[in-house]
Design a protein around this ligand. Structure first.
Ligand code: SAH
Length: 207
């Protein structure tokens, strides 16, 4: 059990997050990949340094087993709302969160479509739309509706599209941090053991 007011370094955060349990049986159609703890820390630390976590209302869209939202709680978020439609993921998320004694969170067992609450900051690692075309668009659309600042991973090659999509929704990209992202082989259709794709942490802000 961690003390509530304990200060983290980025490295300590990554180590703490490496304890988070992932999906028991990841579902291909929902593009369930747990974010690696080092990569989750890149997002969380950047958001934290930009003052978008501590004392903020944060929504974790497609929360999965909770690594991003739990990280936000560790960094002093005022409240974290986990939005996830898959019950199996939520079972693990509840186990993960039970390791801490936070009360300032809510789990919304919903399709993100149904999520309407306005928040300060959105954190998410959405489906990249590999299985279901435009799955990432839907995540961005909801994020634009409910958030002021968005921290999200996308394939770098979609940068042009995201720029355009942002400007159509009165948002702008204020930073991109490129990350080499090794997808471990979870599913049979991946031929190599590790498939490297170039992703970026996209930071977007309402104009
Ligand atoms: N945020 C987690 C999980 C990322 S995988 C992490 O970073 O580890 C993407 C997650 O989005 C999966 O848990 C999947 O079940 C969820 N998801 C996909 N489509 C969704 C939708 N329409 N509504 C809610 N959750 C969705």
């Amino acid at each position: 059990m961690l003390r509530k007011n304990m200060r983290f370094t980025k490295k300590a955060l990554a180590i703490e997050l490496s304890k988070i349990k992932g999906f028991l049986k990841p579902k291909v159609e929902l593009e369930q990949y747990q974010t690696d703890s080092e990569i989750a820390s890149v997002l969380l630390w950047d958001a934290y340094m930009r003052n978008d976590i501590t004392q903020k209302i944060v929504a974790d869209l497609g929360a999965g087993t909770g690594i991003l939202g739990i990280g936000a709680l560790l960094l002093g978020a005022k409240k974290v709302i986990f939005v996830e439609k898959d019950n199996d993921a939520i079972t693990v998320l509840k186990q993960n969160i039970a390791e801490y004694n936070y009360k300032n969170y809510k789990i919304e067992n919903l399709d993100i479509d149904k999520f309407t609450r306005k928040v300060d900051t959105i954190i998410m690692n959405p489906p990249f739309g590999v299985q279901k075309k435009y799955a990432d668009r839907k995540f961005l659309e909801i994020a634009f509706k409910v958030g002021n600042k968005i921290y999200s991973f996308h394939k770098l090659e979609t940068k042009k599209f995201i720029e355009k999509f942002c400007s159509e929704h009165n948002f702008e990209i204020i930073g991109i941090i490129p990350i080499r992202f090794g997808l471990k082989k979870h599913y049979n259709f991946h031929t190599k053991k590790i498939k490297n794709i170039n992703i970026g942490l996209f930071i977007m802000e309402k104009k």
